[in-house]
Design a protein around this ligand. Structure first.
Ligand code: SF4
Length: 847
């Protein structure tokens, strides 16, 4: 599909030559697979799970795990028009030729995108229609513990942590490539791997009966957990994405799992038990990760970052290092009560990223029902400290439609927002308080899995009520989640296999990218459900606790008895404190040896001594750290020398935009340890300036960027240290010292080589059009100027000379009187030319 790059919008998302992307010789690998993400590149490149599996799988010499993302619909249309299949990012191999395609499923609204990608790859959608020649379709990720609606499209699913399971799957694939067998034998081999679920080996024995194995002696699939995450290699060579991904920073997973026990939280139940990375391992990851990426921001990831038992030590150790390197630290998911004055005072000196707090419910009664475990006093003390340290606003996350919710709870949201604002004291008037409201969706494997979800109408009514009561308080901002999305999420999150035809029908109707509000077309989904005889009201309704659930044949480690007990405690408004520091609640996850329990017996009857039940925090709270150095801001802004770096931008790198280049250079300098001078101010940036922007899709043998450095450097030093720091097709070939403080020369003319491609007739037509242009005295076109006015422009004035050759032309463009985009100039002169019919390379700049 790379042949169509000149036609793609945002082509850099399809290059696969990012820094740290792994390329291997296809002929030398035994197992060749794609890690697929069913959403756009910008979303998928922010997903940590794929980064972990990518590095892990590729550590094996004979395995090549590539990436593939859902292409935009414009790109999909181009692939179909040119009859080209969806291909892997790195090697451009059609997906249908691979051994396996492993999808990460992180939410329910991406289900149709899986079919979209399979269809573009020419792979049959239903597992039953595939044969020996098709790749294995694997699904993993946070959703697979109940992804029954997509189970019939998957050959197998990975439950729980994927690291060890993926390696086992690769092992079986490798073995079966050397000793071929039938597809059904291969699937049975796979089914014996701990953490693997093969949907085709499970059938329902009748209405209202759970799924059971076709072979009676087959054990039920069970979630797999990595017992000690310190033993698994965490990726440090993150691929540096092009474009603007949702998260573009070094994401460091500090812990996995959470035992706070929030009763609505799927992740908090299924990722148990809590497993933390050691401080020394985190230090290694951060050191090596920054060195390998040049990132200017890091982020700590876990379900509840503030609950990390050595959070203060981790923050202080990282803070000292990051401050001296101008690296920002982002701290998502901070729980009220997890910050103290000393942490906040340091955080305030780095960067005021948005501060959030998640009370989830407006009253203490409802917070106790959901087992949130934070009091109003703790929330208010938290916001008081945040405001006292200079934050100008805070966002509060709430849910509506939680079990037992009343009007009083909705009123409580307003009341809490007003109290939070008051904690700012005299500065309250300036504070921005935002309440972000999302509808509650009951999730499988939680104590609320049997509860009804409120209807779309009820969601809208409650949001309307909140809008009314917030209206008089213009200083409060109310934001809400789209009711259509929550409705669909609710249908699919507790659905069974009967929803698979709805997903296929939705896909055929064009219901794609449904998690993007501008792409969500509820009418298509409602039509699909109606045509398949699916009753949406029943899907989101309450469930009988005595009837089987579609996910009963899968084991998350947490027992149903525990969930039922927690449900009763919820309705009684009783709290179940965190089992890490309080008695074990016998959820079933921890057995004596710390491995997930098999759950063949009710956990209530097992005398558990859980490994996680501790009386104090696991890692020392006051971990020693190096006292912060006093960062010398003046030192960072010091200008010791100024250089012009000359570089080539050819082959795939032609498709990088000017904005992407800026980030590439910034990070290359960091990786190379070249001390760029920073601007002063709140967001210091390296001082660099580029020449005229090269159009995307045009190559260059001679581009430049001027950079100030804060230490004396030699030309050789700069060029040597920047060798291999750029994507394939780009390299620095010279560094030229500039006189400090002088206006630097710009190109007054540039020489381009234009090669005409296509059929002999097309080439002849293009050459003829150019000849006609050159022979004419003027060539006037209409153009819209920066003010939006239409003006006449004579393109002939931009051409100093032109030499016709056999297959193209060499032109010297003259920018003495102004600049025009050379790519547009060519398409104006040859209006019938397609971007696939010519290539343009800048050969030199004339100063
Ligand atoms: S078994 Fe006990 S200690 Fe382990 S996660 Fe469950 S409640 Fe907590």
């Amino acid at each position: 599909m790379k042949a169509l790059l000149p036609l793609f919008p945002r082509p850099s998302q399809y290059l696969g030559n990012e820094i740290n992307a792994i390329h291997k010789d296809r002929t030398k690998v035994t197992v060749h697979l794609a890690l697929a993400f069913p959403d756009l590149y910008d979303v998928g490149m922010s997903y940590l799970g794929q980064k972990i599996l990518y590095e892990l799988a590729n550590q094996q010499e004979d395995v090549w795990a590539e990436r593939v993302f859902a292409p935009s619909q414009e790109v999909a249309a181009l692939l179909q028009e040119h009859e080209l299949p969806l291909a892997s990012l790195e090697s451009d191999t059609p997906l249908g030729e691979l051994d396996a395609i492993a999808f990460s499923i992180t939410h329910e609204l991406c289900y149709t995108n899986i079919l979209y990608m399979l269809d573009l790859a020419g792979v049959p959608l239903w597992a039953k229609d595939r044969n020996q020649n098709h790749p294995l379709i694997i699904a993993g990720g946070g959703c697979t513990l109940n992804a029954e609606p997509v189970a019939p499209f998957c050959d197998l699913m990975v439950l729980g942590d994927g690291e060890e399971t993926l390696i086992d799957l690769i092992h079986v694939l490798r073995h079966r490539k050397q000793t071929p067998c039938s597809r059904s034998e291969l699937l049975r081999d796979m089914a014996s791997i701990h953490g693997v679920y093969v949907p085709s080996l499970f059938k329902s024995k009748g209405p209202e009966m759970s799924l059971s194995p076709v072979d009676e002696d087959m054990p039920l699939p069970e979630k797999r957990s990595v017992a000690d995450i310190n033993t698994i290699d965490f990726p440090v060579r993150h691929i540096l994405p092009f474009g603007k991904p949702v998260h573009d920073r070094l994401t460091v997973e500090i812990a996995r799992g959470c035992t706070r026990g929030c009763r609505f939280c799927h992740a908090g139940m299924v990722y148990r038990p809590v497993r933390e990375r050691s401080l020394s391992e985190l230090k290694r990851i951060i050191d090596q990760g920054l060195a390998a990426t040049g990132y200017e921001e890091i982020s700590f990831l876990s379900l509840s970052t503030g609950d990390f038992s050595a959070f203060q030590g981790l923050f202080m150790q990282t803070f000292t290092q990051c401050r001296s390197q101008q690296v920002a630290i982002s701290l998502p998911s901070l729980r009220a009560g997890s910050l103290n004055e000393s942490l906040l005072s340091r955080m305030a000196t780095i960067r005021h990223t948005g501060m959030t707090v998640a009370p989830e419910a407006g009253t203490q009664r409802l917070r106790d029902v959901i087992n949130k475990g934070i009091s109003e006093e703790e929330i208010l003390e938290h916001t008081r400290m945040v405001f006292a340290h200079g934050w100008q606003g805070i966002k509060l996350y709430f849910m509506i439609g939680l079990p037992t919710e009343t009007r009083e709870d909705l009123d409580g949201m307003l009341d809490l927002c007003l109290k939070v604002r008051a904690t700012a004291g005299k500065k309250a008037k300036r504070m921005q308080i935002t309440a972000a409201v999302s509808p509650f969706v009951p999730k499988p494997f939680t104590p609320f899995q049997w509860e009804p979800q409120i209807t779309m109408q009820e969601i809208e009514d409650r949001i309307e009520y909140l809008k009314q009561i917030f209206k008089p308080y213009t200083f409060l901002h109310l934001k809400w989640h789209h009711s259509h999305m929550s409705f669909l999420e609710g249908i699919f999150s507790r659905g069974g296999r009967e929803l698979a035809p709805v997903i296929e029908r939705g896909f055929r109707k064009g219901a794609l990218f449904s998690s993007w509000s501008d792409h969500l077309h509820l009418n298509l989904w409602l039509e699909a459900m109606k045509e398949c005889g699916c009753d949406p009201a029943a899907c989101i309704g309450g469930r009988d606790i005595n009837l089987p659930l579609p996910w009963d044949h899968l084991h998350s480690g947490v027992s149903k008895q525990f969930l039922l007990r927690e449900r009763v405690r919820a309705l009684e408004g009783k709290l179940s404190p965190d089992c890490r520091y309080n008695p074990c609640r016998r959820c079933g996850v921890c057995a004596l040896d710390g491995h997930p329990s098999v759950l063949t017996q009710p956990s209530g009857e097992v005398p558990l001594q859980p490994v996680l039940n501790k009386t104090q925090r696991d890692q020392c709270e006051d971990t020693p750290y190096v006292e912060e150095t006093n960062p010398d801001q003046e030192h960072l802004t010091h200008k010791a020398c100024h250089y012009r770096l000359w570089y080539r931008k050819l082959e795939l790198s032609m498709y990088l935009s000017q904005l992407e280049l800026q980030r590439l250079f910034e990070r290359a300098l960091r990786r190379a340890g070249l001390p760029a001078t920073f601007s002063a101010g709140f967001h210091p940036m390296p001082l660099m300036s580029f020449g005229m922007a090269l159009p995307v899709g045009v190559g260059s043998q001679a581009e430049w960027v001027n950079i100030y450095f804060r230490e004396e450097l030699t030309e050789k030093d700069i060029v040597t240290r920047l060798t291999d720091q750029f994507p394939q097709g780009m390299d620095i070939f010279a560094a030229q010292s500039l006189t400090m403080g002088k206006k630097q020369p710009q190109a007054v003319a540039e020489e381009y080589r234009i090669t005409f491609l296509g059929t002999p007739e097309q080439r002849a037509a293009s050459l003829g059009a150019w000849q006609h242009f050159i022979q004419g005295e003027s060539f006037t076109i209409e153009k819209t100027n920066k003010r939006g006015n239409i003006v006449q422009v004579d393109l002939r004035t931009f051409v100093r000379s032109s030499t016709l050759e056999k297959d193209g032309i060499t032109v010297i463009f003259d920018w003495g009187q102004g600049y025009t985009n050379p790519l547009n100039l060519v398409t104006s002169v040859c209006p019938d030319i397609s971007p696939l019919q010519f290539a343009m390379i800048k050969e030199r700049q004339i100063m």
